[in-house]
Design a protein around this ligand. Sequence first.
Ligand code: AMP
Ligand code: MN
Ligand code: MN
Ligand code: MN
Length: 279
Amino acid sequence: MSSAIDLHTHSTASDGTLTPGALVELAAARGVEVLALTDHDLTDGLDEAQQAALRCGIRLVPGVEISVSWRGGQTVHVVGLGIDPTHPELRAGLARLRDYRDWRAGEIARRLEKAGIPGALEGARRHARGGIVGRMHFGRFLIESGRARDMRAVFRRFLVRNRPGYVAGDWAALDEAVGWIRAAGGVAVLAHPFRYRLTATRLRELIDAFRSSGGAAIEVVSGHQQPSETAMGAELAERYALYASRGSDYHGPSESGPEPGQVAPLPPRCRPVTELLNG
Ligand code: AMP
Ligand code: MN
Ligand code: MN
Ligand code: MN
């Protein structure tokens, strides 16, 4: 898979800061030829992205990044690539996650208010601009109101376990998320496997469960990881006979992390997940 491929990006439909059209234009300008838009738990940006892709002469892979609660407490992300966003089962599943997300936004704000930070729901909603409200939107509000210097500090101080704005995830089950993706004709990819900070044993158990559910690929190259992790990801892909994906997890020019397409190439032994995507 060449550097012209980026299979994990976000737009203003979820917690990115570029509109779907602007994201596609930037990716095309950076030399990306195959781009997946994978917003969190929704597909609303895909139509606009598809139109921009036609204009720019690049290929858009319709995608989504589904939030999963694994074994209760552990949040993991499963990317769906090549999905039909109109498929009823996928749509119903994502709608349920968005209802939970709406409730969670209110709950995060209530907890922050108790910790002496009022107005967080309004602040986060302003950043979400009518889209779904995620922790990044709370983060932008907390930074702008001077409560933290950057997004890392926001998460560390407010939005993770044992911090005032933390709400335990109650997302899809792993087999549900993979099932919705497959029902919609897509390929399920275990996103950024090293971001979860699991022990080696737990990570193997997660990958086993993911495969048993029908998952087909693992993100071997992701925007925020070390070269040593890429090597470990390639080993996992080989050991579990999974296809390999590659994505920047781009969230916008003001966010940290690499630009669209600007991540390491897949190690040579990997089987690129693009082999499973039609067209
Ligand atoms: P949510 O789905 O609303 O719980 O938000 C998850 C998103 O928050 C991820 O997709 C990242 O964009 C961002 N995120 C999670 N953890 C961190 C962190 N430690 N630092 C910065 N951003 C993070
Ligand atoms: Mn995000
Ligand atoms: Mn993710
Ligand atoms: Mn992502």
